[in-house]
Design a protein around this ligand. Structure first.
Ligand code: COA
Length: 186
């Protein structure tokens, strides 16, 4: 499978815009709160460090079988960036899987933005050659668990680096779409 490219994803309130290096300046302010790193580790990046990070992220990794997909979350009515979602699509013995993650800046939290963005992302992934969506969520991170649940993922009994693996099969969605596509009745 060739690499998958991020595309614009629209939801009711949000535009998920494929990440550009030019987003770094605004995103450095959006992601400036240290509290965002409680469960994911690290510290906020300066605009310059984020620019370098976004350069690496948009260049993609060295493995041509793996797609790094990144979006910024734009709140359409307020015309501002509020966070990011990402999906890394990799091959496995059971077909391609996408590992997803989300971050919403502190001033915009608690408004359902991460849940809406994650649902939009997983819906979009269900239209790609992906069989499974997974996320790794710290067992104490109730907000992130709620976001994963909103996107249709369920917790498994598998652990990864101290986090619980959540999973959703998206094969059914692809089959449903194929079988329910409109037919010509003339
Ligand atoms: C996790 C995160 C993205 C949630 O963003 P958000 O936009 O506030 O999420 P939503 O508004 O969609 O809320 C999701 C759910 O979490 C709940 N929630 C929000 N903050 C919470 C908190 N501090 N404690 C418990 N639940 C919380 C909401 O009530 C909502 O639950 P509901 O759907 O049952 O009503 C945000 O807290 C964040 O960016 N955290 C730091 C980065 C991170 O840890 N990302 C996860 C890595 S996978």
């Amino acid at each position: 499978m060739s690499r998958v490219a991020a595309q614009l994803i629209r939801t009711v309130r949000l535009d998920l815009l494929p990440l550009l290096v030019e987003h770094a300046e605004e995103m450095a302010a959006v992601l400036s709160d240290r509290a965002l790193h409680t469960f994911i580790g690290g510290t906020p990046d300066t605009a310059q460090a984020l620019r370098s990070r976004y350069q690496r992220m948009t260049a993609g990794g060295s493995d041509p079988a793996v797609s790094w997909l990144n979006w910024v979350i734009r709140l359409r009515d307020e015309a501002c960036l509020t966070g990011t979602v990402q999906a890394t699509i990799s091959p496995s013995d059971h077909g391609h899987f996408a590992e997803v993650a989300w971050v919403v800046g502190t001033p915009w939290q608690g408004r359902g933005i991460a849940s809406e963005a994650a649902r939009g992302l997983v819906d979009w992934l269900s239209q790609q050659p992906v069989r499974t969506v997974i996320a790794h969520v710290h067992p104490d991170h109730q907000a992130s668990a709620a976001v994963a649940a909103a996107a249709g993922l369920t917790p498994t009994d598998e652990w990864h680096e101290g986090e619980i693996r959540w999973r959703r099969s998206v094969v059914a969605a692809q089959v449903r779409r194929t079988t329910s596509s409109p037919t010509c009745t003339t």
